[in-house]
Each structure stands twice: as C-alpha cells, then as structure tokens.
Design a binder for this molecule. Structure first.
Ligand code: ZN
Length: 308
C-alpha cells in the first residue's frame, strides 16, 4: 500500500451476502471463509458476511453462524450481518455479529411483496430489533438499508418525501445509521445528490451508506454524486457479484475494484491494497467457478506507473 493517508472513505464489501445471495450457485463454506480472509487482507474494514434467514429459503446462507464466527478473527474488520426481522437479529447477535443491517423498503408495493409488511409495520419491527439489541449487545450498531429509495420496479417512482419521512421515523426509533439503496438501478446522479443532501439536512450524521447498483451503468456516477454531497460509506461487491437478472451482461452491485480505482485516482484514500484485492478476486473466482465477474480496471490493470 503506497497511500500514506488514513482512509477517508469506508468501502463496505457486500459480496459475501448481497452478491452470493443473488447467484444460483452455493459457494462451499471453506471457499467462503478463504474469500473473506482475502478481503480482510486487502484492507476491507467492513464486510457484510451473511444473511440470517431460514436455510430453506436461502441455502447459500445456511452457514451464516460459522461464517460470522470465522470472520470475527479479523480484528480490523467490522463483521456485519443482514437480518430481515427480529428472529434473524437474535440469531445474528448470538453468532457474534458486530453490526446488523435491516432492509426497509421505501416503496409500499416492494415492502408488501418482499416482507408482506407496510413500511410503517417495518418500523415497528425495527423498534423490536433495537430493544433486543439493547438487551443482548448494546454496543452493536443497527443500520437500515433503505431499499427502493430511488425507484421501484413495482411502484415506479418513489416520492422523495416518502424516503425522507421514513428516514425520520427510523431516526426517531433510534437506529444508528440509515443508508439509501438503489435496489433496481433506477437512480441518477442528480437525484442521488438531491436525496442525500436532504438526508443530511433531516437526520444529519445518521446518514449512512450509498448502496448503488450498476444495472443501467450509472453505479460509479451515482457513487461520485453521493461523495460530492458528503457521503463517506459506499457499499460495493467484489467482481460486481450479484448480476442483475433483468439486464444480462450488466452487474448489479457497484464493482469494488472499479470503485477503489475511481476514488484512489481522485486522491481519496480507501485503505485498500490493489494487488491483495486482485488476490481476493482470484479467491472469489476459485470459489464460484464459471460465475461471471465484472469490473473494468481488473481487466486492463492499473495505468502505467500507478500503484494503490
Ligand atoms: Zn445490492
């Protein structure tokens, strides 16, 4: 690592959860653990390692306990788990997760289709999770990833006022952080700038990560827009794992490798070591043979004379 600065942004790697959950194949546990070790070695400081959902719904996540417990050996990494509800939160806290992330949809239609609950009812579920957290593990932050914040395939456009109102309710409920997710890749940079600006005005430092998708090729542009208005946490996945089923050839999540390159090229320190990140990409390839991996910079390499 040549960067002498302390990292100025946090790249939250979501591949082992968001990515693996979106592919058909199930990565064997041993390969998953090796991959997470490689991500930690590359300098990722927050990794969403698993989702605590019933194994019959998501066989890819049946080993969530073991994965969390293994990841805890990396003291420089905050081990995050996705939990859809109270039961998942309990299991994740028992396994030792150091941060919980709960999806709450801004679109009522998406919320009903996904969890059969209105966004208002989800706020009640969040309150129950916060009470459990206070009892079991008071130091563990609870983050909300607000899905469909930039548009919804079912409902169409999602009014910005709906997003803000939900964010304020969640802040009042006592969550530690609220990020915005472009679940269906409908966001554009002007919208991202506008919405995150309003988030900072309404909930200040509780404003969390930008979780952008590359479905229509705007992932990095949207990250840049979010960075310009003060966002400092970005969700992305190695190799853009988690292809979008509606757009063959387009990756779903923003590609970690390209995001690291963009930020470092701009002089924004990420704390990530490029060659070790490439090693982690190889480790992902070994664990999921045949799965397409995305990313432009990994294909052509760093520009001449560069090092990250
Ligand atoms: Zn995603």
């Amino acid at each position: 690592m040549t960067s002498i600065h302390a990292p100025e942004v946090l790249i939250s790697e979501v591949g082992p959860r968001d990515g693996l959950q979106s592919v058909k194949a199930t990565m064997p546990t041993a390969d998953k653990l090796r991959w997470i070790d490689a991500l930690a070695a590359a300098g990722l400081r927050e990794i969403e390692v698993a989702s605590f959902v019933p194994a019959k719904l998501l066989p890819q996540m049946a080993d969530a306990d073991r994965v969390v417990q293994h990841a805890l050996r990396h003291t420089g990494v905050r081990v995050m788990a996705l939990v859809p509800n109270l039961r998942g939160a309990q299991a994740a806290l028992m396994a030792g997760a150091q941060k919980l992330t709960l999806p709450v949809s801004a679109s009522a239609a998406h919320s009903m289709a996904n969890v059969r609950k209105t966004p208002e009812a989800m706020v009640e579920e969040v309150k129950a999770v916060l009470r459990l957290r206070d009892e079991m593990a008071p130091g563990v932050p609870v983050e909300i990833g607000m899905s469909t914040a930039f548009g919804c395939t079912l409902q169409g456009s999602v009014p910005e006022d709906d997003v803000l109102r939900l964010a304020v309710w969640l802040a009042q409920a006592g969550v530690d952080e609220i990020g915005l997710s472009d679940t269906t890749g409908m966001g554009n940079p002007a919208q991202v700038r506008r919405l995150f600006k309003r988030m900072f005005q309404e909930i200040g430092s509780l404003t969390g990560s930008a979780h952008m998708h590359n479905t229509r090729g705007l992932g990095l542009a949207n990250c840049l827009a979010a960075h310009e208005v003060g966002v400092r946490t970005f969700d992305s996945s190695l190799g853009g794992l988690g292809g979008c089923p509606y757009a063959p050839g387009a990756s779903g999540n923003v590609v970690t490798e390209d995001l690291v390159f963009m930020l470092e090229a701009m002089g924004v320190s990420t704390g990530i070591d490029w060659s070790l990140l490439m090693a982690a990409r190889e480790s992902l390839r070994t664990g999921l043979p045949g799965e397409p991996l995305y990313g432009m910079t990994p294909e052509v390499g760093l520009p001449k004379g560069w090092s990250i």
